[in-house]
Design a protein around this ligand. Structure first.
Ligand code: FAD
Length: 377
């Protein structure tokens, strides 16, 4: 069994961790407080090749594998410790650009991918609706054919990058069934609604989207009309369960580092609190959780990359990260004592940011449903 990464991948990881520390970390607390996406930061990341990481070079991307994407998202989170950046970047990559690359026509690829890769465009995905969350197949947005066009009507909610996206992959139901449309967000009838005020990952903008007689060309269909669930959505969710979770484990690493630094420097009863076994064991438990999650996420990503069956491992990884990342963040707050309860340290933000891992892209309950179905089949 080979757990090593190549020298190039290690160099990529190190350079991305440094980029995270230099470019993402400095304004992270402020962006969280203000709930603000930073376009300048995004431009700097894009110029380092981050925005187009999973997309082949012929479309302007960096041609990274799924493992490379995991390493980059993990490294940026480790260095930058901003859950919102991981969320927006993950959505831009795996549910924004990747479906266009894997399922779009050559024309769609040439129209959107170069801009998505150089950071000019931002990508998004809209499947969730007010009445259709975990039951993702029950969405009601309709797409009615009219000549060479489809007319979209419906409401989407929780759309990551909704307020800043230039292109959004929208799930709508035609008379043939669930269909994915690659929609230019400037299209009349594509209306960005209320921006959602979130508990965590606040530097990532989230919105409702209203489709009001939004006319899109039939050529904007991704994959085959009526087959979006199996051919497009479930594949994206695989990427989501690995690449997005890699960002979360980068956050777990940063949380441990911050807890260790504080425990070594904070003194009570005449010595650093790290010298008390109760605190040292908390750090050991956090490290155990981190290793278990990291191994689970990279195993799922590796299986996916090798084209092997990976559904069980991907759901296990997501369920583990959903639970243990929050557990670690709460322990970090505890190690920081009263100061951990303040916004002066990143520990409380880590609690709020990490909570999304058990909800977005399929809740922990749904992961357990998938795991148990596979076992009981
Ligand atoms: C910050 C954020 C960003 C997001 N980004 C996007 C995005 O970019 N695009 C997009 O389309 N969507 C996005 N989502 C939506 C996300 O995928 C859904 O919120 C998620 O799938 C859960 O759906 P729901 O919120 O409607 O909860 P519900 O499905 O209503 O679930 C409520 C509770 O019931 C449980 N539950 C539901 N069904 C079952 C069951 N069968 N068995 C056991 N328990 C069950 C759930 O686990 C949960 O605990 C985002 C959400 C958030 C919070």
């Amino acid at each position: 069994m080979d757990f090593s990464i190549t020298t190039e991948q290690q160099a990529l990881f190190d350079s991305m961790r440094k980029l995270g520390a230099d470019v993402v970390a400095p304004g992270a607390a402020e962006r969280d407080r203000e709930g603000r996406w930073d376009r300048e930061m995004w431009a700097k990341l894009a110029s380092a090749g981050v925005a187009g990481m999973p997309i082949p070079e012929e479309y302007g991307g960096s041609g990274g594998s799924i493992l490379d994407c995991c390493l980059v998202n993990e490294a940026l989170a480790q260095g930058g410790h901003d859950g919102g950046l991981g969320l927006s970047l993950g959505a831009h990559w795996v549910i924004g650009a990747v479906p266009i690359w894997l399922h779009g026509s050559e024309e769609l690829k040439r129209t959107w991918l170069p801009g998505l890769c150089d950071g000019t465009y931002m990508g998004a995905w809209a499947s969730t609706e007010p009445e259709s969350g975990s039951d993702a197949a029950s969405f009601r947005t309709t797409a009615v054919r009219d000549g060479d066009e489809f007319v979209l009507n419906g409401t989407k909610i929780f759309i990551t990058n909704g307020p800043i996206a230039d292109v959004c992959n929208v799930l709508a139901r035609t008379d043939k069934g669930p269909t994915a449309f690659c929609v230019d967000t400037r299209t009349p009838g594509f209306v960005v609604g209320r921006e959602l005020d979130k508990m965590g990952c606040r530097s990532s903008p989230t919105a409702e989207i209203h489709l009001q007689d939004c006319r899109v060309p039939a050529s904007s269909i991704l994959s085959i009309e009526g087959e979006a669930l199996w051919k497009v959505a479930f594949e994206c969710f695989d990427w989501e369960r690995t690449v997005m979770m890699a960002g979360s484990i980068g956050g777990m690493r940063a949380t441990i580092t911050e807890a260790i630094t504080y425990a070594k420097q904070r003194e009570q009863f005449g010595k650093p609190i790290a010298h008390f076994q109760a605190i040292a064991h908390k750090i050991a438990e956090m490290e155990i959780n981190y290793h278990a999650c990291r191994n689970a996420v990279y195993k799922a990503a590796w299986l996916k990359q090798e084209g092997k069956e990976h559904q069980l491992e991907a759901s296990i990884a997501k369920a583990m990260v959903g639970k243990l990342s929050v557990e670690n963040a709460l322990e970090s707050v505890q190690i920081h004592g009263g100061y951990g309860y303040l916004k002066d340290f990143p520990a409380e933000r880590a609690v709020r940011d990490s909570k999304l891992s058990s909800i977005g892209g399929g809740t922990t309950e749904i992961q357990k449903m998938i795991i148990s179905r596979l076992l009981l089949a």
